[in-house]
Design a protein around this ligand. Structure first.
Ligand SMILES: *Cc1c(COP(=O)(O)O)cnc(C)c1O
Length: 427
């Protein structure tokens, strides 16, 4: 069977395939640059593993208290080496990215302190953590106040108002690298570095935490290389490489990470307890694969941007701009188009491909949300997935792809469904 027949068997018409191939012809140089970056980051990860003498003994888990868990302790050293931090907390007991962020914030802010976000509204799930939306156990309930400075209309930092917002109570500054579900641009590590330098010049003893979700291994440097005291993320996104079944990480200064460990387990216990059970192999192997998995996801995002921009849709980031995370949004302009797109992503999945995604209400949204995912790890968004709230501007957020070939198939299938529903005509 040749390639065209193979794609036809999966449901991709020759017209859709050849449209995709034409777009791909123009992306060779960008894909080469992504492969270069993956090579660099692969070397960084391997060096960190070698430096910390990773061995087969690291893959045996522990049970009970988990004292002397060689695998867990070594993995934390590997993360710290790779991200150039004094210490790291990397564990299956951190249930998700929001949990990791909540630990980092609540461990390092005390009653009377103030938290500042100089980059506008944080990720939705952090609203309850901070207390922007009332919640039991929020930082607000514990007497930590919050201040926010929005980005300027062009997406840049509002330095004047950031300076004014920093006061004697300001203790910690939180910077979200990825745009999340907003239409603002994601920040480069260099931009984040400039912002960190600025806030620390205003008040040198400020702590800076970067929400690094979706950003790991997209660039050669991480925010910890440009002054962040903590970087925080989820293992079912980039650094888990698709293999980690659970977990989160916090890498940073010894002082910050010690406090996080005390908050995660208990004061006095810290990093000494926490059995790793049987997940260690997946966490190591996933971290090893992460640079190339991120490269696949990035190629998928760039391919999608170029396909949909060529068809006249508004895409963020656009077809040519540089990438700082693995998220691609496409403004499809109608509910029907969102549903068709999601059906395509679902139909291309290795798992649950026969399922039809339908919009449903999710707490925290004022409208229904559509989600497409056929993942090995439930909810994993480094695996090919798409979602979006059914409201203006009818944008889908598309991310992931453990292999480039799968990301390509998913995007072609989304286009196939739009064509079949008469929503797109290929010229
Ligand atoms: C995914 C994400 C989070 C939260 O992670 P969960 O694992 O879904 O809890 C926080 N911030 C950003 C920018 C994210 O992309």
């Amino acid at each position: 069977m040749n390639k065209q027949e193979m794609y036809l068997q999966l449901g991709i018409s020759p017209a859709v395939l050849s449209f995709g191939e034409r777009i791909l012809d123009g992306l060779k140089e960008r894909f080469e640059a992504i492969d270069e970056m993956a090579e660099l980051n692969q070397a960084k990860v391997i060096h960190a593993m070698q430096e910390n003498r990773v061995s087969a003994a690291c893959f045996a888990g522990t049970t009970g208290y988990g004292h002397d868990d060689l695998g867990r302790d070594t993995l934390e050293k590997v993360y710290a080496s790779c991200f150039h931090t004094e210490a790291a907390l990397v564990r299956p007991h951190i249930t998700c990215g929001t949990h990791a962020l909540a630990i980092a914030l609540s461990a390092n802010l005390l009653p009377g302190d103030e938290l500042l976000s100089p980059v506008g509204k944080p990720y939705d799930t952090l609203e309850e953590v901070i207390g922007i939306r009332e919640s039991k156990c929020s930082l607000k309930e514990y007497g930590v106040s919050y201040r926010q400075v929005d980005l300027l209309p062009d997406g840049s930092f509002d330095y004047d108002n950031i300076k004014k917002a920093i006061n004697e109570k300001t203790k910690l500054v939180t910077i979200q690298r990825s745009k999340g579900y907003q239409m603002r641009p994601s920040f480069s590590v260099a931009q984040i570095g400039e912002l960190i330098t600025f806030v620390k010049s205003v008040k040198p003893d400020l702590l800076v935490m970067v929400d690094n979700c979706y950003g790991e291994f997209v660039e050669a440097l991480e925010p910890s290389d440009v002054g962040a005291d903590m970087i925080v993320g989820s293992l079912i996104k980039n650094p888990g490489g698709g293999l980690a079944p659970i977990g989160g990480y916090i890498c940073g200064t010894q002082e910050c990470v010690d406090r996080c460990a005390y908050r995660l387990s208990a004061p006095g216990l810290g990093q000494d307890v926490g059995a790793s059970l049987s997940v260690m192999t997946a966490l190591y192997q996933g971290f090893f694969l992460a640079p190339t998995v991120v490269a696949s996801a990035l190629k998928g995002a760039i391919f999608a941007a170029n396909i949909y921009e060529a068809l006249g849709y508004h895409v963020v980031p656009n077809a040519t701009e540089s990438r700082h995370d693995v998220i691609q949004s496409v403004e499809l302009g109608s509910e029907a188009a969102m549903l068709a797109f999601a059906r395509g992503i679902q139909a291309a999945a290795p798992v649950d491909s026969y399922v039809t995604p339908i919009p449903y209400p999710i707490p925290g949204y004022n409208c229904d949300v559509i989600m497409a995912a056929g993942a090995f790890v439930q909810g994993s968004s480094i695996e090919l997935s798409a979602d979006g709230p059914i409201r203006e501007p009818y944008a889908v957020y598309f991310q992931g792809g453990l292999t480039w070939a799968h990301a390509k198939l998913g995007i072609l299938m989304s286009l196939q469904k739009l064509v079949e529903d008469g929503l797109v005509t290929l010229g």
